[in-house]
Structures are given as structure tokens and as C-alpha cells.
Design a binder for this molecule. Sequence first.
Ligand code: PEP
Ligand code: MN
Length: 327
Amino acid sequence: MATRINEQEVIALDGSVLDSQARTIMSQQKAVECMMPIKIPYKLVSRAFRAEGSSIVVGDALGGSLVAIGGSAPVVIAGPCAVENREQLLTTAHAIKAAGAQLLRGGVFKPRTSPYQFQGLGIEGLRLLAEARAETGLPVVTEVMDPDLVETVSYYADLLQIGSRNMQNFPLLRAVGRNSYKRPVLLKRGLASTIDEWLLAAEYIVAAGNSKVILCERGIRSFDQHTRNVLDLSCVPLLRKLTHLPIVVDPSHATGHRELVPAMARASIAAGADGLMLEVHTDPEHALCDGRQSLTPTQLTSLLHAVRLLSQTFHKEAYENDTFSHA
Ligand code: PEP
Ligand code: MN
């Protein structure tokens, strides 16, 4: 794996396959200025491997626009928890675009706690997502749960979501790492995962050949019943120090309540997040999944107005000193 930092080419090698003789020979090559061990367990995703933050371009599947996540302005991903039907999806897609969101989300393979709950529309839902992209130009994000479906989902989707419950599904991580369409991956934090476990899960994807990974904080389990999860916003500046990967926050799953989503979304931007993932439904009371935490399009519009204002004041460049000088 290679990356370019300023005028230097940095090549990462798996140390376990190099014996000491091979190391000596390599270090004596003219083109090799120095060899440095990366001692932390996650290597390719670490800041030690790539000092500059990565900006990942999403949106090359079957047309649609290109959106960079990790650039100078935060990106908003919005849409229903689940694709329910054509009318719901197309209406929502147009509404989130009008509100200023840049990517459309919608689950078609749903990881539900009970096998009797709505499981998603499957392949039919993927076709609807492609239709919504064709109508609006918005790139689409959807979850893939089965390694055998990675190629099919990659054909339709611009960004592959790995859900919280699958963050340590290693065959799945390898499969999205190898996807032949080179689709980027949105890796959600596991329900009870440490930051190191999360970064090592990202490392699996990058080590399998796909360096386009975006991390998504979606809250972690705790004991309080008032919120669905606990949003760990401190992970944003912490990850900024540890990794070059972009960081998106999902306040919908983190809180479980639409009333709490706007404040946590604004806080995420103030913490320096590269983007937000927000669940939106045109009729939340009748949503087949996660209606309680879904914003209406009107609520999304006013939230994104605030997000735009905040991001001008509090974007991540403002935090460079926080992150690096006190490390
Ligand atoms: C989702 O995004 O709809 C979802 C199931 O999220 P998570 O994996 O974070 O629970
Ligand atoms: Mn959901």
C-alpha cells in the first residue's frame, strides 16, 4: 500500500512477511530514505501512515453527482431508515435534496432485532434507490449485510454501509474491501465497540484493498433508557488525531428521538465532524422502521440551515491546534 506525503512516497509493508535480511536489503536501496516501524495496531488507517486527512469521493455508480466526504465543508446524508415503496422514496429524495442534503440513504436489507419485523425490500429496493438517484442526481447509500451480496449492492449503490451489528463481521469487511466496483464504505461503530476495535475493523477493509473508508459514530450502548444509545462525540477529535479517515455522525440512531436530533447534529458539526447521517420520513408516525427518530422534511430543512451557518464558524480546520499540539 502506498501513499504520497508532500514529495515523499510512503510505502507500507506487512512486517510479518519481511525477515531481517530482507529488511536490511531494503533499507540499503538508494530510493529508500528510511524505514520506520508503525507500532500501533491499525497501520494503514493511522495518521502515522498518512498525515493529511483523507477526502473520499462518493458517487460514481450509474450517473449521479460526485460528493467529497472529508473536504472543507460537512456533507449531509439523509433519507428513510428503510426504503418502503417507490412513492415514499422518491418524495423523500426530492425533499431532502431541496433541504440541501447531498446523499440519499435508505436501507433495503435491514438488520432487525426480531425476525418478524420488516426486513426491507431487498433487490427491488436497490432498483428504487437507483431510480431515485436518476431523478435527483443524489448518490445513494445503503447497507449490505451478506458477503455474497456485496457485488450486487455495489452495482447499484454509491456508498456501502456496514451497520453497527456487523462492524466485526470479518468476512463482510473483507468482501467490501475487495468489491470490484471500488465503492467506498461507510463503517458504523459497533454497538459496544472501542475506538481501537473500530479502527481495526476499518483496517480490515483497507488491508483487503479498499482505502475508501468513512467512519460513522452512531452511539454506543449504555444503561440509561431515555436515549437509544449514548452519542460519543469525543470520538470526533480523538479520531482526528488517530486516523486520516473522515468521520460522520449519525444522531438519529445515537438518540432514538427526533426531538434530540437537531441539538446533537449541531453539536457534531461544532465538534468538527465531516458529515451527518440523518433519518428522514415524510410520515414518521407510520414509518415501518425507526419513525420515532426520523425528522420530517420540514425539520430537516431548518436543521440544515443551522448546520450551514455553524459549519462556517466551526469547521475542522479551526481544531487543527486542539488535535495536534496537545497530543
Ligand atoms: C441504519 O442506519 O438504519 C442502521 C440500522 O444503523 P445502525 O447499524 O447504526 O444501527
Ligand atoms: Mn434506522
